[in-house]
Design a protein around this ligand. Structure first.
Ligand SMILES: [Zn+2]
Length: 641
């Protein structure tokens, strides 16, 4: 069985995990689960970095000994990670005996290679970064990352690592292995740094109690960064189990934040070269996550989101999907509650969840839940699914998890289209179409099964539930075996509560002119609810008489002499139209261009201020207040119902 070893950065335990930390771990989990699904014997490592002066300080301030403090923090971290359904195989702590053994082993190897010498370090040290800071990096005498802290001036006996000796070997490694440092932007940054030359670095601190002593000079401890990097090899047996090290080292992927790329693509490989150990195959640096476009920072509490709070909003899997799908892996990305709500409704409530409900409901309404294929599968749906599986695998193999997630939604969209075009509720009225109806529903269930298999690394628990509902097993899934269109076999579908109920913001005063209705109810709500004879409700047919469609605004201008009207040019995919909208008090015309709005497409034309308006724009308005346009995340021309 091929092996795959993936690690994440280990976290300082002087603060709690936040959404940015969780982002990295979720992405690593998606990759690890994908590799297991692909038949790899996978080892997924996470852990905590405990030999930090900040940890020592925080512990002392709370009157705890540092190890007790670290034990408590470990509980908080692991509780968070388990709650997010992370499937790590091991959790290393740098205070563990196995890590100390590995650090001792590695620094001794480097010492024996004559790559460590004694010297004096004199200069600035930022405790916030736990890093030596050259004068030129300080701004107004402070570390730009930690302007609230005074950097320390240090003059002490240090041991230095001959990093400069590895400039040429590293350059060669970068050239021979372009896959070693990704994405390319990070690789190029490090290449430029390498080309400009490397200074030797201090790797020890003198006179400190908290850390791992140097084997040849126990009065000095290993500098926390040098110590931390070694965890990746410690977890697979360096210094404790040579056979295990042989089996699992080198790591296939170190997943890290882009700010620590230098430590991982320059210093760590040089340490390994000096120690005579192979280098990791790939260091993938992900981008930063911002909150409402602001960088996360303790001085701005609104940007510090506890991942467990985010998971409480819509569930763990919706959060995982958002992190994997909405932030281009490798780039910076943003989180906002509004965007999270919007994507939850769009991807899960209205799309995937709705599809599962409809198909299981129709299978029960028309076939008592049992579907046995009677003819050929829909060639189009089968082709799309084959395409999607290929695109998904290609993307995942390149760690392009955003693209992989997006490709699955192509299959989900195609399945929705399959239902819309074949109209099972119409087939059900015609006895001569009985076989076709069975096949249409079978194909839809099969496409959902495939989508759920592909989604299993991203939303594992939901994927299992979807598989159960479409009558498939979720036990030991295998991509080669299970991500293939299966034209045969009986399926027994199971109905259940909505997987993801639509999220409605609690707005007390706002009244929507027209709330877009998710396309749930055609097949099952044909009969009016009992006891509605005297009320004002309309039938589904009456509602369907109103043709609502999405439209993209391509131009907008004020109507001369009118305070209220804006003239819009909109694109419906198949045609363009002019529509007048009474929204000038709320919107600047320019701000409307590019938005996708909802219009009543089958309204009789009307002339206003000498201009013919073909349709009506939907907007919500509070009593006596300004209108808010109904905008959607959709392509132009889609039917809204
Ligand atoms: Zn700093």
């Amino acid at each position: 069985m091929p092996r795959f070893y993936i690690t994440t950065a280990i976290d300082y335990v002087n603060s709690r995990p936040h959404l940015g930390t969780a982002y990295e771990k979720v992405c690593a989990d998606v990759i690890a689960r994908y590799k297991r699904l692909s038949g790899f014997d996978t080892f997924f490592l996470m852990g905590n970095d405990e030999h930090s002066q900040n940890v020592y300080k925080s512990a002392t301030e709370q009157g705890l000994d540092p190890l007790t403090y670290c034990d408590r923090m470990e509980e908080i971290f692991q509780n968070t990670w388990r709650s997010l359904d992370l499937s790590y195989d091991d959790f290393i702590r740098t205070t563990q005996a196995r890590h100390k053994a590995a650090v001792t082993d590695l620094v001794q190897r480097i010492y024996d290679a004559d790559d460590i010498y004694e010297g004096v370090y004199e200069g600035w040290y930022c405790v916030g970064c736990e890093a030596f800071k050259p004068e030129k990096e300080l701004v107004n005498g402070r570390c730009p990352e930690h302007p609230q802290q005074e950097p320390q001036w240090i003059k002490e006996k240090n041991y230095f690592f001959r990093l400069s000796k590895y400039q040429q070997p590293l350059l060669e490694h970068f050239q021979q292995h372009p896959e070693f440092s990704v994405p390319e932007t990070r690789r190029n940054e490090q290449l430029r740094l390498l080309e400009s030359g490397l200074d030797d670095i201090s790797i020890s601190r003198a006179g400190q109690a908290w850390g791992i002593p140097l084997p040849w000079d126990p009065k000095s401890v290993v500098y926390v960064w040098f110590d931390a990097l070694i965890n990746y090899a410690a977890a697979v047996g360096l210094g404790t189990d040579a056979e295990r090290l042989e089996t699992w080292w080198p790591a296939d992927v170190h997943l890290i934040g882009k700010d620590i790329t230098r430590f991982h693509t320059v210093i760590w490989p040089a340490m390994l070269m000096s120690a005579g150990l192979p280098l990791p195959k790939c260091v993938f640096a992900h981008g930063f996550m911002t909150v409402n476009d602001q960088r996360m920072s303790k001085s701005n509490p609104a940007t510090i989101i506890d991942p467990l709070d985010a998971a409480k909003r819509h569930g763990v899997d919706p959060l995982r999907l958002y992190l994997a799908k909405e932030v281009v892996f490798g780039d910076d990305g943003d989180f906002s509650w509004d965007r999270f709500d919007e994507r939850y409704n769009a991807d899960l409530a209205n799309n995937l969840g709705n599809l599962v409900s409809r198909v299981t409901a129709m299978a029960h309404q028309y076939r008592q839940g049992r579907l046995v294929p009677v003819g050929d599968s829909s060639p189009r749906l089968r082709d799309v699914s084959n395409d999607v599986v290929q695109a998904y695998r290609r993307a995942m193999d390149e760690l392009a998890i955003t693209n992989a997630a997006a490709s699955i939604f192509r299959l989900i969209d195609a399945t929705n289209l399959h239902i819309a075009e074949t109209a099972p509720w119409a087939l059900a009225k015609d006895p001569s179409q009985a076989d076709r109806l069975t096949q249409v529903l079978f194909d839809a269930a099969e496409a959902i099964r495939l989508a759920a298999v592909l989604l299993s690394p991203i939303i594992p628990a939901s994927s299992r539930e979807i598989l159960r509902r479409v009558g498939a097993t979720s036990d030991s899934l295998n991509l080669d075996r299970d991500a293939r269109w299966r034209p045969e076999g009986e399926r027994v579908l199971i109905q259940g509560a909505p997987l993801w109920p639509r999220f409605e913001k609690k707005t007390s005063k706002e009244k929507l002119v027209s709330e877009p209705v998710p396309p749930t109810q055609e097949p099952v709500a044909q009969n009016p609810a009992p006891g509605t004879a005297t009320d004002q409700r309309i039938s589904i047919d009456q509602f369907m008489n109103v043709e609502l469609r999405t439209a993209k605004v391509i131009a907008a201008e004020a109507v001369p002499k009118s305070k209220k009207l804006i003239k819009l040019q909109v694109d419906l995919g198949t045609e363009q139209r002019t529509i007048l909208a009474g929204i000038a008090e709320a919107y600047q015309p320019d701000s409307l261009v590019g938005r996708t709005i909802v219009i009543v497409a089958n309204l009789k034309p009307a002339k206003l201020m000498g201009i013919e308006s073909n349709g009506m724009v939907l907007a919500a308005s509070p009593e006596g207040g300004k209108p808010v346009l109904v905008t959607v995340d959709a392509e132009p021309g889609w039917r809204v119902r």
